[in-house]
Design a protein around this ligand. Sequence first.
Ligand code: ASP
Length: 341
Amino acid sequence: MTSTPNPPHAARYPAGGLAFPHRDLIGIGQLERHEILFLLDEAEQWVALNRQATKHENLLSGLTVINAFFENSTRTLLSFEIAGKRLGADVVNMHAAQSSVKKGETLIDTAITLNAMRADAIVIRHGSSGATQLIADKVDCPVLNAGDGQHEHPTQALLDALALRHALRARGAAAEDFTGLTIVICGDILHSRVARSNLLCLQALGASVRLCAPPALMPVGIEAMGAEVFHDFDAALEGADVAMMLRLQTERMSGQFIPSAREYHHLYGLTKERLDRAAKDALVMHPGPMNRGVEIDSEVADMIDRSIITRQVEMGVAIRMAALDVLTRRARGVAGWGEAA
Ligand code: ASP
């Protein structure tokens, strides 16, 4: 299997120029609709590969990918690591707890150090919004944002879109995009980079997005981004096609934002009864990690025909393989993708 300079659906991308002209993947906010579709389409070949017994390609052979994680992560780090390894790259993980960051090194010095090691791609997770861009500005290779503070988590939104597309297609829908779908994102919208990236991505793909949270966990003025805002979860769910549930980001909260987890579950937890307000067969999503019994009941999270939470995890590897492949094409001298650096 080899990657083609332009994908099979080239007709939907602008003629001339690259289907994906960016060096880095920092946020969905910087992408055009056709660039989002391009990454989703590119990921399909990796979904297929990942379902085979032998899951290996040598596209990135000889390249070094550094996963620099300054904040905790389980599935995202693992997913990027598996993605890089399946493409044949040398993957190195840097955990902040073991790094010089704890010894007081500035982020810029860390970036300069990573750059001096001649990485071919750097994947960054950081607790501060904007940290990934700061590093991208200092290094010579592509930088992928694996979540920066409350700002963006672009590969999460892309994998969510791919998982949703697969689920809709499995039900026989064409699902070229999400036009006509109503998607509720409910939870700690204020602190969530997943909510922000998904709002941008889902809207770019034609969906109507409803955001739902207690007033204290809803960013002021978010309506300006085109979402409908709800504080009543039952009302938000009425007739919705998808319910995407988010965790309370307690690690980003200073002070008390909700009376108690129990009260929160009572008003904003997704129960089987609540889900009945949504459209028949509405799908359930969650980026993980889930707090069962708080934002979502086990009974709902584990519904075989409705919950696509494990499919989201599966698609994460494919999306990250697509991103690593596409962003390193120039350095690899892939025909049509510019001079090798
Ligand atoms: N895993 C996602 C993130 O890194 C969602 C979460 O942590 O709640 O933002």
